[in-house]
Design a protein around this ligand. Sequence first.
Ligand code: B4P
Length: 193
Amino acid sequence: MFNLIIFGPPGSGKGTQSDLLIQNFGLIHISTGDLLRDEVEQQTLLGIEAKKFMDQGQLVPDEVVIGMIGSLLDNRPKVKGIIFDGFPRTEAQAKALDKLLSLKTTEIHKVLYLIVPEEELENRLIQRGKESGRSDDNKEVILKRIVEYNCKTKSVADYYESQRKLTKVKGTGSIAEIFATIKSVIHPYVKAI
Ligand code: B4P
């Protein structure tokens, strides 16, 4: 089993590159952003609570997100590997993930850190907001999400650096160029399909 975290600030391309990884490597994809948006759309209790945080550009509380991932992993049969996209976003989430995976006698093997300058992040998300109408992709909320990332999420990279699992990847350039770099990093761990 090969477990990968795709890490980076909002708009760095985590979702975009995850889609290519699924197509090329047959890994299972777990995106906490997508899971939370599904809950919001279905107007579940969790979704109603989560929306309040998401619309303010804040992180959803750890216990909510960790609980969601915990039950998801429990319901997964054995798979070739998992891409975690947008999770963990705090050190508490990272430690909880290590625990959940060790119960399944597995671990995180690699963390890819997409590096993108702040101005480019803002431009990408403003553009996506125009095209998709996502309620958190407007300038005011985008700036709050970037602050939240800098305060609570960025340091998660140090957690994985200390475990020697972190690889920084230049997240600017064409989507294909970035994916080519990612492929070269993960090839030793997992075969393409
Ligand atoms: P997410 O859904 O994870 O959203 P994101 O960080 O904004 O997007 P991502 O980095 O995946 O960017 P994408 O590829 O789409 O989170 C949304 C919210 O959910 C959070 O703010 C938080 O409230 C909550 N949440 C989620 N997980 C949580 C957790 N673990 N704990 C607590 N709260 C949590 O790319 C963005 C745009 O850039 C796209 O339009 C794409 O087309 C474009 N793009 C991508 N690559 C490009 C490239 N190379 N060049 C030009 N454009 C590119």
